[in-house]
Design a binder for this molecule. Structure first.
Ligand SMILES: [Zn+2]
Ligand SMILES: [Zn+2]
Length: 753
């Protein structure tokens, strides 16, 4: 009957045992890094079951409720005894309370009346019905008051003894078990002498009861009590704030942060930024990812979280900024996988117009013919845009989406070729994750902040092949490169890493991201205000900080450098083109390639030309005289390179002018119209009285070109001279013919506004 009653009451009045806990952020060893007040502004830190040591449990049970393990929530004998005493003395005492009843009282604070006492008994039974003894003890430990806004053993243990409950000494445990009886008069830190006396009294009772051996008691009795109220820990603030928001319902958030590393790197960043103060550079962020576990070991969101003047609370690891050149390695890796290029493939760094988009290099110079490897190590822009054009923007954006670049995913429809030069938004975290995949054979896995307790290896998703990751790594660890910091003594204290720098447009962001087999470290330096600074550059400003952090984290890494994947081989190529050598390729070099993937083009850096013996005239098969000619090799230069040499007055070996009596028209070397772009739309505004540029590149030997608008001759000009014209609205045919009659047509549409 009573049992049925209890069960029905249990259904009608369910137990509410959801105390609001403070959020605790712990390091990889489980020690508290950062603590947040709960929603009621209390310190109520959650004690895990394993933090309740046998010593702590023994002391509590002995003090509060000797029959705790045996009763069913209430202790009838104690109740009778207390009731009897109440009748005799006429006073109400609480001596009959079990731990379960105390838990109920802490959960449902009520006035002490006989009716409430009955409810309390019912609730205690209910508690026993739903929870194990261990869980009830845990609730008790988590709810006991310590005066002020401190609740629970863990809060007291952290705030007074700066340690977790499981490592408390017996003296400390005893101290903490007596305070909840009189939390307002036994205030730790202010009433230590009184508490010490009380503590020793209880220690002696423990001794008499024989629940601890006498040596332990002796040690405890002689232990001084120096407890003071400490500030709650506030380390790793950016990550802590982030995780508290992300995991609202979890009281103890166990991160992978390594305390010592975190603190040291915070200090390195802070010191470094203070040295940049005179340049008006105020902020920096850094993240350290362990490549094997994909766990974040240090997270420094700004140079000083507690400095509000420079936006110290902004998290530079999550801020969306322009990546500068830092996406280039992913592009080149994609192109390696497509077989389009290898590290030694030649590419022209010459002024190029990509449909109205005319990028220039960081140093505003053009370098002529360079290798892909040089272009990446020197972060040249034209080659990058050329490679992106060949890979195609949608294909590259797919790669970036696969690598979880959120802002790029969101804005992908608006992104064009300029994306590879920084015309998009990324975060330091996203970039660091990308570089960690180069360290992991091209497998992308998002870095984790929570400690991973399983040993299961995370492989991730393949974004590029192990082969092309390796090629990128080989290029990015070269030390003869311009993006070493100025005057940096790299023979001393330079870590062996692969790294890439980036500087955003307007010198607002300096990036440097590096990795070895063990770690990926990402560094950003700049101003949260977005203010650009002339001195800001990835090489000079971000890289020294990257080196400092790497040297601290993993100097002389115990890990070996990356192994060459099985499917990466070496071959001899022509140094001029990076293609497979022909007999005439006298300068041959070794290049990596991916068999079955990399293209196998034969070199054509020279071509055979019929000339007269004095080399003043060249001939084709049609006009070739039967005698008096010889065959000679001449450089086979593309029109854009010829034009580059011509306009810069750079000497090169020219093919002698073609036989003027020749009747053949060479359509294969017709002028290339570089502006306007075929098929494009041009919007012209009347106010600016604009004219459209006509620009072409011609084969060498050409002296004059003829421009036609809608098949009518517009102008005859020397080759390489720019022409302007004012177009009519509508579709326009533009033709360019050279003095050999070779012709190219394009069509554009013009709209007037
Ligand atoms: Zn060659
Ligand atoms: Zn000819």
């Amino acid at each position: 009957m009573i049992i049925i009653l209890i069960f029905s009451l249990d259904l009608i009045f369910p137990l509410q045992t959801n105390p609001q806990y403070s959020t605790l952020i712990t390091d990889s060893d489980g020690r508290v890094l950062h603590a947040f007040l709960n929603s009621q502004d209390k310190w109520r830190m959650f004690t895990e079951l394993q933090e309740i040591s046998p010593k702590l449990e023994k002391a509590i049970i002995f003090k509060e409720d000797k029959w705790f393990r045996w009763h069913f929530g209430i202790n009838p004998i104690a109740i009778f005894r207390a009731g009897f005493r109440n009748v005799i003395t006429g006073r109400r005492t609480s001596g009959a309370s079990t731990i379960s009843m105390q838990v109920v009282r802490l959960l449902y604070p009520k006035e002490r009346t006989y009716l409430n006492k009955l409810t309390e008994i019912f609730r205690a039974l209910q508690l026993e019905l739903h929870y194990s003894k261990d869980e009830i003890l845990q609730l008790y430990v988590n709810l006991v008051p310590f005066g002020s806004n401190i609740e629970g053993i863990k809060s007291a243990s952290i705030l007074y003894f700066k340690k977790s409950p499981e490592v408390l000494s017996l003296a400390e445990i005893t101290t903490l078990t007596i305070i909840p009886n009189r939390p307002s008069s036994l205030r730790l830190g202010t009433k230590n002498a009184l508490i010490l006396k009380e503590r020793n009294k209880w220690l002696k009772s423990f001794q008499q009861a024989g629940i601890f051996d006498s040596q332990t008691i002796e040690d405890a009795l002689s232990e001084p009590l120096n407890a003071v109220r400490n500030e709650a820990p506030k380390l790793a603030p950016h990550l802590s704030v982030r995780l508290q928001k992300e995991y609202k319902t979890i009281p103890n958030i166990h991160t992978s942060i390594i305390r010592n590393k975190q603190l040291q790197i915070e200090q390195i960043v802070k010191n470094y930024v203070s040295r940049l103060f005179s340049m008006n550079i105020h902020n920096a962020a850094a993240i350290v990812i362990n490549n094997q576990t994909h766990q974040v070991e240090a997270y420094v969101g700004s140079s000083d979280f507690y400095n509000p003047a420079d936006g110290g609370q902004v998290d530079g690891i999550q801020a969306i900024r322009s990546p500068g050149s830092t996406l280039k390695p992913l592009l080149y890796a994609t192109a390696f996988d497509k077989g389009i290029i290898t590290p030694k493939t030649a590419i022209n760094d010459v002024p190029t117009n990509f449909g109205g988009f005319e990028p220039e290099n960081f140093d505003k110079l053009f370098h002529g013919k360079v290798s892909i490897e040089y272009a990446l190590a020197n972060s040249l822009n034209i080659p990058a845009v050329k490679v992106l054009k060949e890979v195609s923007t949608p294909v590259f954006i797919e790669k970036l989406k696969k690598s979880d670049f959120q802002a790029i995913r969101k804005n992908s429809s608006k992104l064009g070729l300029s994306l590879i030069l920084g015309g998009c938004g990324v975060t330091l975290e996203e970039l660091s994750n990308l570089y960690a995949s180069f360290a992991n054979q091209g497998y992308y896995a998002k870095a984790k902040f929570l400690k991973n307790f399983s040993d299961e290896a995370v492989k991730g998703e393949a974004i590029v092949s192990p082969e092309s990751s390796f090629l990128i790594t080989q290029i990015l660890n070269q030390v003869t490169r311009p993006d070493l910091p100025n005057n940096y003594d790299y023979t001393y204290r330079m870590p062996k890493i692969a790294w890439k720098t980036g500087t955003s447009f307007g010198k607002k962001d300096a990036w440097s991201i590096g990795y070895n087999a063990k770690y990926t470290i990402g560094v950003w330096v700049g101003n949260f205000s977005g203010q650009g600074v002339p001195e800001l550059s990835g090489a000079n400003i971000a890289t020294p900080l990257l080196f400092d952090i790497f040297n601290f984290t993993d100097y002389n890494s115990s890990e070996k450098w990356f192994r060459t994947p099985e499917n990466v081989s070496m071959r001899k190529v022509c140094a001029e083109s990076g293609d497979l050598p022909e007999d005439f390729c006298t300068h041959q070099i070794i290049d990596y390639y991916i068999p079955g993937v990399s293209k196998m083009t034969r070199c054509s850096h020279l071509k055979n030309i019929w000339v007269n013996p004095s080399e003043t005239m060249s001939f084709c098969n049609r006009c070739l005289p039967s005698e008096g000619v010889i065959q000679k090799l001449y450089p086979n230069l593309s029109p854009e390179l010829v034009r580059f040499y011509e306009t810069r007055h750079i000497n090169y070996q020219k093919i002698p002018p073609h036989n003027p009596d020749c009747t053949r028209i060479f359509n294969d070397n017709a002028p290339v119209i570089s502006f306007p772009t075929d098929g494009s739309e041009y919007f012209m505004s009347k106010e600016d009285n604009p004219e459209l540029l006509l620009d072409c590149q011609v084969n060498n030997g050409v002296k004059e070109v003829y421009w036609y608008i809608n098949d009518k001759l517009f102008k005859k000009v020397p080759a390489n001279q720019n022409v302007f014209f004012k177009p009519e609205a509508g579709k326009i045919k533009i033709s360019c013919s050279d003095d050999r009659g070779r012709n190219t047509d394009i069509w554009i549409t013009v709209k007037w506004q």
